[in-house]
Write a protein that binds this ligand. Sequence first.
Ligand SMILES: Cc1cc2nc3c(=O)[nH]c(=O)nc-3n(C[C@H](O)[C@H](O)[C@H](O)COP(=O)(O)OP(=O)(O)OC[C@H]3O[C@@H](n4cnc5c(N)ncnc54)[C@H](O)[C@@H]3O)c2cc1C
Length: 320
Amino acid sequence: MRLGPEQRDESVSQPGESRPTRRATVAALEDLLYRPLSVLDEHGFVRVIDYMGDDAAIVQAARVSYGHGTKRVSEDQALINYLMRHRHTSPFEMCEIKLHVKLPIFVARQWIRHRTANVNEYSARYSILDNEFYVPSPEHLATQATTNRQGRGEVLDAREADRVLNALRAEAGLRRAEAERAYRGYLGLLNEDATGAPIDPARPGVARELARMNLSLNFYTQWYWKTDLHNLMHFLSLRADPHAQHEIRAYAEVILGVVQRWVPMTHKAFLEYRLNAATISATGLAVIRRLLAGETVAQDNSGLPPREWRELMAQLGRGV
Ligand SMILES: Cc1cc2nc3c(=O)[nH]c(=O)nc-3n(C[C@H](O)[C@H](O)[C@H](O)COP(=O)(O)OP(=O)(O)OC[C@H]3O[C@@H](n4cnc5c(N)ncnc54)[C@H](O)[C@@H]3O)c2cc1C
């Protein structure tokens, strides 16, 4: 993965500038600061640029509302669990994090829908985009799902998988060739070669803001992204979920690892009460009560539409 010269300087010079602070710091996250954490391929990364707060800051904010009744360290996890369970979210807003993310443009389009963050994106009006693009590895080039219009399909049987894999390898090669061609076209419009020298000194290049328009969505962009822990968990609950597209999920999983280092108690509560928990509808709850009472319940007498019935049975680990 590539960092620009300013970013390399920043990651080298910052530790040299360290000085004592009275602010709360988290040793496990300090170790990670400025280090790119690889995502997807050799280009994608997430790196922590800055952060504010820790588990203790959440507990302290909560005690402003609950008083000093629960003061023992052993009770901090219980208090954070309580906040998470009861969606008392504002104490989590006391913590903030700033990330530098390098991501394919099609992932950025999904990510930017999360409006409760501050974003500063690399400008392709001022700077020339790198010749870096994402091509999925064959195992992630799945067929279209038939049950979920937004998803990828099931695993195929061995013979079919082999045939599809060969086709996908060829497809990946084609995508790579197309992206290379698009980048050559981009440089051609700019009238610059890979070193920045004019290809034809006799003619002017097209403006960067126009030259970029033929690049495809798999080219990489980068941004600084700052958000608070409450909104970060909302992002993660949607994007680290199995329904999220593999590529954005890969980023969410790396960020989950960062959250674990930064606020381990909150991370634990988040997995328990949000990410790995389930929301059950009122009718679904009634079905569970009937099942617990020993009743035989089928979809047609459950009150649930077929899809919700299938989802509930999957949540309960029962085949339908
Ligand atoms: C699996 C999946 C599939 C998706 N498919 C599509 C799709 O097909 N098409 C599509 O367009 N989008 C799609 N999305 C994007 C989705 O609809 C949301 O825009 C995105 O997930 C951001 O969520 P959010 O608005 O809750 O987050 P944020 O923008 O971070 O907002 C967080 C919360 O703040 C509140 N909020 C923020 N801004 C406003 C506002 N202006 N008005 C009212 N409340 C606000 C809301 O309560 C919101 O939940 C998909 C998302 C996922 C995870």
